[in-house]
Ligand binder design. Structure first.
Ligand SMILES: *Cc1c(COP(=O)(O)O)cnc(C)c1O
Length: 373
């Protein structure tokens, strides 16, 4: 019996009739590009996040890119984010014509270390993008305080945190804007590519709607140079169906995470994930640390258990960002953990038996004594 890293098939089978119905409604109406089903989803998702607006786009990378473009930053602007994230966060900064500037992460939460943020702010700082990684929000209060002091907008990368909470507020409702990916494997995933930007700012929402649709407010009347970044009608329709299940699915993830926590508690040689608040963490991923990460991954794989690494190469050490000339040692926490983190199977519906098998196998593996570095 193998244990997959993620099981989308069973999840979709559980709501198959509703998904078929959602696709059929779009076929019946021919509202394929944008249109009423996208609008319905935008309204429902904004209400869910607790924001006034949500603007549907083609994917999460476009959500980040268009949110930055909508800020109209000067050409020499810098955008601060973390090197421990999916590369899309940084690509958006590059494609908005701005320069990425990194701050290291906090070792407990793997998100932006607010203690290091202020030193990275310069007169050129145009925006700050904390990334809510693995299902947990970055430490937003101190980040917002520093941002406000310097008059810099905060854009949340909430692509791994649909439904996650921070002091009573949902991911995507805390900064000036929240950027979401609905890539199929995310906590809320489309049946293809999709994304959205949430905000309470009506002007920002209007600029985003224009940017995603060739800068037009009326058909063929173009007020600005935009792009085609509309959400597909089918994705909007399907996402409305799936949104209704998001809280339940997040609860199932939290239950699986609590089982891993229980079963692995006190195991020599591994560090378990830290949750600032058990109810606020939606466990997009369940990430442990061990100094023989590759050995453990191989041992689990030999037993039919799939794992992942998020992410093996810090962004400043990728070939794509070699031109930034950021040597090894620039961001020591990110660099250290990138060699030690391992994502265990995690998805809604992961059973107690499956968690037990994973935990048994981890305990049976040869782990170096003591905590990793
Ligand atoms: C998935 C993801 C993105 C990009 O989303 P796409 O929909 O794949 O373009 C951006 N940031 C983070 C943190 C992500 O996990």
């Amino acid at each position: 019996m193998t244990i997959p890293f993620l099981d989308l098939g069973s999840l979709h089978e559980s709501i198959r009739k509703d998904l078929d119905g959602a696709i059929a409604r779009v076929l019946d109406s021919s509202a394929f590009a944008g249109g009423r089903y996208v609008k319905e989803f935008e309204d429902a998702f904004a209400a869910y996040c607790g924001t006034d607006y949500a603007v549907g786009v083609g994917n999460g990378t476009e959500a980040l890119w268009l949110a930055l473009l909508a800020l109209d930053l000067p050409a020499d602007a810098e955008v601060i984010t973390v090197p421990n994230t999916f590369i899309a966060t940084i690509e958006a900064i590059s494609f908005a014509g701005t320069t990425p500037r990194f701050v290291d992460i906090d070792e407990a939460t793997y998100t932006m270390d607010p203690k290091l943020l202020e030193a990275a702010v310069t007169p050129k700082t145009g925006a700050i993008i904390p990334v809510h990684l693995y299902g947990q929000l970055a430490e937003m209060d101190p980040i917002l305080k520093i941002a406000e002091k310097h008059g810099v907008p905060v854009i949340e990368d909430a692509s791994q945190a649909h439904g996650a909470m921070y002091n009573g507020r949902r991911a995507g409702s805390i900064g000036l804007a929240g950027c979401f990916s609905f890539y199929p494997g995310k906590n809320l995933g489309a049946l293809g590519e999709a994304g959205a930007v949430t905000t309470n700012d009506p002007d920002l929402a209007a600029r985003l709607r224009s940017l995603r649709d060739h800068g037009q407010s009326r058909k063929y009347h173009h007020d600005a140079v935009g792009w085609n970044a509309r959400m597909d009608g089918i994705q909007g329709s399907v996402l409305s169906v799936k949104l209704a299940h998001l809280d339940y699915w997040n609860t199932l993830r939290q239950e699986a995470a609590a089982q891993y926590d229980d079963l692995l508690d006190g195991t020599n040689g591994i560090v378990l994930p830290y949750s600032r608040n058990k109810h606020g963490h939606v466990h997009h991923l369940y990430v442990i640390r061990t100094s023989d990460r590759d050995g453990l991954a191989a041992s689990l794989s030999a037993d039919g258990i799939s794992t992942g690494i998020h992410y093996p190469v810090p962004i400043h050490r990728t070939n794509a960002y070699g031109h930034l000339n950021l040597a090894n040692g620039s961001f020591p926490v990110t660099e250290t953990v990138s060699a030690e983190i391992l994502s265990l199977p995690m998805y809604p519906g992961l059973s107690r038996d499956q968690c037990e098998r994973v935990a048994d196998r981890i305990r049976a593996s040869v782990l170096p004594a003591g905590k990793p570095s």
